[in-house]
Design a protein around this ligand. Structure first.
Ligand code: BES
Ligand code: MN
Ligand code: ZN
Length: 496
C-alpha cells in the first residue's frame, strides 16, 4: 500500500473516502461537496440508514454534479474508540470495504483528531496491515486472496505530521509483514540455515548480524540446543543481531531472544499426526524478533538493542536424542530430557544464556511458542507473560492494551521450582504434575536467567490466526512486533 500526503483536496476526482462522526456535523471538505451536489450526501446517509458504529459504510456511486467516481462514507462512533488499536481497527475496516468494492486507489480525507496525529496514523496502519496476503504458492491466480487496495492519498491539514509519523508506522508494518512471511513459510523452505539466511538479509538495514554454525555452537558448549538439533539432517544455527541506535551510550537497553524451531515433530516423543502441520510456526518467536529488529532499524530507534535466535529442527531419527538423556547446557547446568517434545525451553536455555553473556542487557525479553498449555489457560487472545520484574510487566500490560496485543501476567514464584527437579540432573525439562504446564516451561527458562529484568512471553496461542481478525488476515499474525517496538520507545522516553 503506497501512501501519499496532501494538505488539500484539490479536486474531487477518483474515490473519496470520508469519516462521518456520530452526532457531529460533516467535516469541511465533505460539507462543501455536499453543498456542491445539492445535499446528496445527507440524503444518501439517510436512505442507506448508515449506522455510526465503526462497522458501517455508505457507497455513493458517480454522484451527479461531482467529478468523483465514488464517495465512500464511514460511520464512526468516537466514544467507542478508546485506544490506538481501535483506530487501527477502523482503518482495517476501511480496507475491507475497499476490497469488497474492488477499489485500488483512494483519497482518504481525515479530519483533525486529538493526540498529535497518532490516531490518524493508526488508521493508516490498520489499513495497511489488512492488505497483507500470503499468496506465493498459488499457481492458479484465481485462488489467490486478492488485495485490491494499492494507494492511499491522505488529505489532511496535518499532512506533514502524519507523514513524519508514518515513517515509524510503515517501519512497523514492514517488520510485521516480515514476521508473517516467515511464520507462514512451510518448513521445507525454511530450515534453520534458510532462516539464518533471511536474518542475514537484515544487514542492509544497518543491523549487525552474526551467524554461529554448528561448529561454533559446539565450541560454545550449547549442549541443550544441540541436543534438540541432533536428530535432524538440517543443521542448527544461532543468529545474533545488533542495533546501535544510541552509540554514545554503552548501555544495551534490551536483548530479545526467540525460539526458532523451524519444525517441531516432537522428536522421539513424537506428536500425533493430526494438526502436526501447524508446527511449521514453531519458529514464531524468532520471526517476531527478526521483524522487530527490522522495524527498529528502519525507524532508527535511539536505543541499543540486541537479539539472539536459536534455530533448530526437532526430528526423530537414529541420531535423535532420547527421553532420559542428560545434556549439559552452556551455563554448565545439566538437564534430564524427559520429553523430547519440550524442546523449546532447551533451545531458550542456551539462547538466553548466550544473550546475557554476550550483550549484558538491562532487560531481556524472550518469545516462544512454548506450550500448548498456555492456550488451555488463556486462549488465543493474549500472550502469557512470566517475569521477574513488576516494572516491566506493568509496562507491557499497559502497552499491550493500547496496541491490541494484550499480555496476561502468569505465576512464576519459587513455589513452582520443585516441579522440575530431577533425580539425576540439575533439572528435568518437564513438570512432574499435570497442571501449570506453561509455568513449568517458564520456570525452566528462569533457571538460566541471571541478574537481568526478564520477561518470557509464551506466544503459542497468538502466533497463528485460524480465521481473519481485525488487522490480521488469517495466517501468521506478527503478534509481538508492534507491542515490543512500543515498549522500547516508551522505555527509552521514560528513562530520559
Ligand atoms: N511447540 C510446542 C508448543 C505449541 C503447541 C505451540 C501448540 C503452538 C501450538 C512445544 O514445543 C511443545 O510441544 N510443548 C509441549 C510441552 C510438553 C511436552 C511439556 C506441549 O505443549 O504439549
Ligand atoms: Mn515441542
Ligand atoms: Zn515446540
Amino acid at each position: 500500500m503506497k501512501v501519499n500526503f496532501l494538505t488539500d483536496l484539490k479536486s474531487d476526482t477518483g474515490t473519496l473516502v470520508f469519516l462521518c462522526f456520530k452526532n457531529q456535523p460533516l467535516d469541511t471538505y465533505l460539507n462543501n461537496l455536499n453543498k456542491k451536489i445539492k445535499g446528496y450526501v445527507d440524503k444518501a446517509i439517510k436512505v442507506s440508514s448508515m449506522e455510526y458504529n465503526n462497522n458501517s459504510f455508505t457507497d455513493i456511486v458517480i454522484p451527479q454534479g461531482s467529478n468523483a467516481n465514488r464517495i465512500i462514507l464511514i460511520g464512526v462512533d468516537q466514544t467507542k474508540i478508546i485506544n490506538e488499536y481501535d483506530w487501527g481497527k477502523l482503518g482495517s475496516f476501511i480496507t475491507s470495504v475497499l476490497n469488497l468494492k474492488k477499489i485500488s486507489d483512494i483519497k482518504l480525507i481525515v479530519p483533525k483528531l486529538k493526540k498529535n496525529n497518532v490516531n490518524e496514523t493508526n488508521i493508516l496502519y490498520g489499513m495497511a496491515l489488512n492488505t497483507y496476503r500470503f499468496n506465493k504458492y498459488f499457481t492458479d491466480t484465481g485462488k489467490k486472496r486478492i488485495n485490491f487496495l494499492n494507494s492511499v492519498t491522505v488529505i489532511s491539514q496535518n499532512a506533514k505530521n502524519i507523514k513524519k509519523l508514518w515513517i515509524r508506522f510503515n517501519a512497523l508494518k514492514e517488520g510485521v509483514f516480515l514476521t508473517r512471511d516467515l511464520v507462514s513459510e512451510p518448513s521445507n523452505n525454511l530450515t534453520p540455515s534458510l532462516l539464518a539466511k533471511e536474518a542475514s538479509k537484515l544487514r542492509k538495514f544497518g543491523l549487525k548480524v552474526n551467524i554461529l554454525d554448528e561448529k561454533k555452537l559446539k565450541s560454545l558448549k550449547m549442549g541443550a540446543l544441540l541436543g534438540v538439533a541432533q536428530g535432524s539432517a538440517n543443521k542448527p544455527f544461532v543468529v545474533t543481531l545488533e542495533w546501535k541506535g544510541n552509540p554514545k551510550n554503552k548501555v544495551m537497553d534490551f536483548s530479545f531472544v526467540g525460539k526458532g524451531v523451524t519444525f517441531d515433530t516432537g522428536g522421539i516423543s513424537i506428536k500425533p499426526s493430526g494438526g502436526m502441520e501447524e508446527m511449521k510456526y514453531d519458529m514464531g518467536g524468532s520471526a517476531v524478533v527478526l521483524g522487530l529488529m527490522k522495524s527498529l532499524a528502519l525507524s532508527k530507534v535511539k536505543s541499543n538493542i540486541s537479539a539472539v535466535v536459536g534455530l533448530v529442527e526437532n526430528m526423530p531419527s537414529g541420531t535423535a536424542q532420547r527421553p532420559g538423556d542428560v545434556v549439559k547446557s552452556m551455563s554448565g547446568k545439566t538437564i534430564e530430557v524427559i520429553n523430547t517434545d519440550a524442546e523449546g525451553r532447551l533451545v531458550l536455555a542456551d539462547a538466553v544464556w548466550y544473550a546475557q553473556k554476550k550483550f549484558e542487557p538491562k532487560n531481556l525479553i524472550d518469545l516462544a511458542t512454548l506450550t500448548g498449555a498456555i492456550i488451555v489457560s488463556i486462549g488465543q487472545e493474549k500472550a502469557g507473560m512470566f517475569s521477574n520484574s513488576s516494572k516491566l510487566t506493568t509496562l507491557l500490560e499497559k502497552v499491550g492494551k493500547e496496541v491490541g496485543e494484550p499480555v496476561w501476567n502468569m505465576p512464576i514464584d519459587s513455589s513452582y521450582e520443585k516441579d522440575i527437579s530431577s533425580d539425576i540432573a540439575d533439572m528435568k525439562n518437564v513438570g512432574s504434575g499435570r497442571g501449570a504446564g506453561s509455568t513449568a516451561g517458564a520456570i525452566f527458562v528462569k533457571r538460566f536467567i541471571k541478574n537481568v529484568n526478564w520477561i518470557h512471553l509464551d506466544i503459542a496461542g497468538v502466533t497463528w490466526a485460524k480465521g481473519d481478525k481485525p488487522l490480521i488476515p488469517k495466517g501468521g499474525t506478527g503478534f509481538g512486533v508492534r507491542l515490543l517496538e512500543e515498549v522500547v520507545l516508551q522505555y527509552i522516553s521514560n528513562k530520559r
